[in-house]
Design a binder for this molecule. Structure first.
Ligand code: G6P
Ligand code: ZN
Length: 582
């Protein structure tokens, strides 16, 4: 058989190639070390056996366009050939959003995908890079696969690579190498746009967007969302290009931090007339502001939804979409299942209860939702129609149309809901109206998250030991409720442990929970997506049935203080406050 030569290269293991919540994520300089990428990619090919084996199969390859991705793309193509893959489908310029990769794997019957992204982390020579492997179902590889990859990285001694010429990633089309391998460069926005057309009534949304009292704006934050946003919002839905901000993917995301939250998406937040706490800015003329704003992260799987001077928490966004699911084509025969991650607020639980939907609470990480989506018997759906809606407080929303969260999908859900609620000649029903109506019906889960980024790992450990100590004390006092001041009684506390009903797996240590008698709670977790030090997250929630119009900060003030006192977080870490509040 003719074809480029394959060589076997000796290598030595690198320590710490353990995939985290979403793949391997490290400083770019770490990725640029000799054989670092090759080791991880070869370990992945080696670990994929049985049904996951990629020999003779199709592989999808794309990323968020960050610095060093182009080099990694060429390396992976050469290694795919050397490891017996039949064909690689790669995005033009190496670009494919994470949701679009998931859809391509599913719709093209690929064995899996390499996604080159560190998601919402900044990019550049001094910032972050990432590689994540997704399985045949289009979702992140399960723990069994990622730990097999990690085990392999510890002992790897050689990798295989082919002597392939550089593939021109700018040129759409298929190139054959030898008799048994080809690389096809595709415009990934094409199949993704078709999918969105299946999931939504784009015509209805387009009509709504043509109202002259409704202005939509979108911030792609110079990540991979840009080309997808242009394709869907401009080409399909007629939004003027000048309302689509930062839609040119840049290798360093323009120096920004492509995380769609109140702190990092500051340009959009200001453009919507909000301050960084999500409160209305004083002295702006509301008439001059857009009516709807949304942003994406680097790989376009996250979303932030904003109304005119109004921030929608991701937890509320999930609940509102669940409650209005029938407005969305994909759910029109009935949404039967809703799931949220543990730290996400309980707003969606109330909708599920009211509407008699199945409800699941999973640990943080999208992969846990994939099992639910694939387990039709559990979610009670029909064979080919089994819609599941999922969401996370970390600005992730998605459904069973793919196996990743989907930033543009979330925005289209909102536009579809607004389209359904608005009559052509009646006054505009706004984002804020929809959310306030929701609170009037279900009550409000006041919610905030404090992030303490880049904390010294030992100090973070001290905080966690203290929390473990409190949980231990609670256990030994027979779990008797304790008055902890400010009107709160601690009714329960534990470390969240997840028992997956689908595959029987157990995921321990998923966050420290402190539950009050009135349903309020605070939760601590260590982030799994950082690349240096530790990030401590503190999630705070208080439910009120009738009192729904307070400012979040004041509604939660005493609970925040209790959480800080409990953990002694500021004294132990030497911090005076969080790095980010969402
Ligand atoms: C990624 C995953 C999400 C998860 C988030 C948590 O974005 O795809 O499913 O919620 O990470 O990040 P953290 O930094 O809190 O571990
Ligand atoms: Zn992401």
């Amino acid at each position: 058989m003719g074809g480029p030569d394959v060589k076997t290269v000796s290598t030595k293991p690198y320590e710490g190639q353990k995939p985290g919540t979403s793949g391997l994520r490290k400083k770019t300089k770490t990725f640029m070390q000799e054989n670092f990428v090759e080791n991880f990619v070869q370990s992945t090919f080696d670990a994929l056996d049985g049904d996951a084996d990629t020999t003779g199969e199709l592989l999808v390859l794309g990323g968020d366009g960050r610095y060093f991705n182009k080099d990694m793309t060429q390396t992976i193509i050469r290694m795919a050939y050397a490891n017996g893959v039949a064909k690689v489908l790669v995005g033009q310029h190496g670009l494919i959003s994470t949701p679009a990769v998931s859809h391509l794997v599913r719709s093209k019957g690929a064995a899996g995908a390499f996604i080159l992204t560190a998601s919402h982390n900044p990019a550049g020579p001094n910032e972050d890079c990432g590689i994540k492997y997704n399985s045949r179902n289009g979702g992140p590889a399960p723990e069994s696969v990622t730990s097999a990859i990690y085990e392999r990285t510890k002992t790897i001694s050689e990798y295989r690579i082919a002597d392939l010429p550089e593939v021109d990633l700018a040129e759409i089309g298929e190139t054959k190498f030898g008799d048994s391998f080809s690389v096809e460069v595709i415009d990934a926005t094409e199949t993704y746009a078709q999918l969105m057309d299946e999931v939504f009534d784009l015509g209805e949304i387009k009509d709504f967007l043509s109202r002259d009292d409704f202005v939509f704006t979108y911030d792609a934050m110079h990540g991979v969302a840009g080309p997808f946003a242009k394709r869907i919002f401009h080409e399909e839905l007629g939004v003027p290009l000048e309302q689509l901000l930062n839609c040119e993917p840049l290798e360093d995301f323009g120096g920004g931090h492509p995380d769609p939250n109140l702190t990092y998406a500051h340009d959009l937040v200001e453009c919507m007339g909000l301050d960084q706490k999500g409160m209305p800015l004083k002295g702006v003329d509301p008439e001059s502001l857009p009516d709807f704003g949304a942003a994406a992260d680097g790989d376009a799987d996250r979303n932030m939804i904003l109304g005119k001077q109004f921030f929608v928490t991701p937890s509320d966004s999930l609940a509102v979409i669940a409650n209005n699911a029938e407005c969305i084509k994909y759910f029109k025969d009935g949404l039967k299942t809703v799931a949220r991650s543990m730290p996400t607020s309980g707003a969606a639980d109330r909708v599920a209860e009211e509407k008699d939907m199945k409800f699941f609470e999973t640990p943080t990480g999208w992969k846990y939702f994939g099992n639910l989506m694939d387990a039709k018997e559990l979610t009670g759906g029909k064979k080919d129609y089994n819609p599941v809606l999922c969401g996370e407080e970390s600005f992730g929303t998605g459904s069973s149309h793919i196996r990743e969260k989907d930033g543009i999908f979330a925005v289209l859900c909102w536009l579809n809901i607004l389209a359904a609620k608005n009559e052509p000649s009646a006054p505009l029903v706004t984002v804020e109206d929809v959310v306030r109506e929701h609170w009037d019906t279900f009550g409000r889960n006041y919610y905030t998250r404090y992030d303490y980024e880049n904390v010294d790992a030992d100090l973070a450990q001290k905080v966690m030991s203290r929390l473990n100590g409190i949980i231990f004390m609670f256990e030994v006092s027979n779990r008797a409720p304790v008055d902890i001041g400010a009107g709160f009684t601690l009714a329960n506390c534990d470390e969240f442990e997840f028992h997956d009903e689908v595959d029987g797996s157990v995921s321990p240590h998923q966050g420290w929970r402190f539950l009050m008698e009135d349903g309020s709670r605070f939760v601590f977790r260590l982030s799994g997506t950082g690349s240096v030090g530790a990030t401590i997250r503190l999630y705070i929630e208080r439910y009120s049935k009738d009192d729904t119009s307070q400012e979040t900060a004041s509604a939660l003030e005493s609970l925040v203080q209790l959480a800080l006192d409990f953990s002694d977080l500021h004294a132990i870490t030497g911090r005076e406050g969080p790095t980010v509040i969402t």
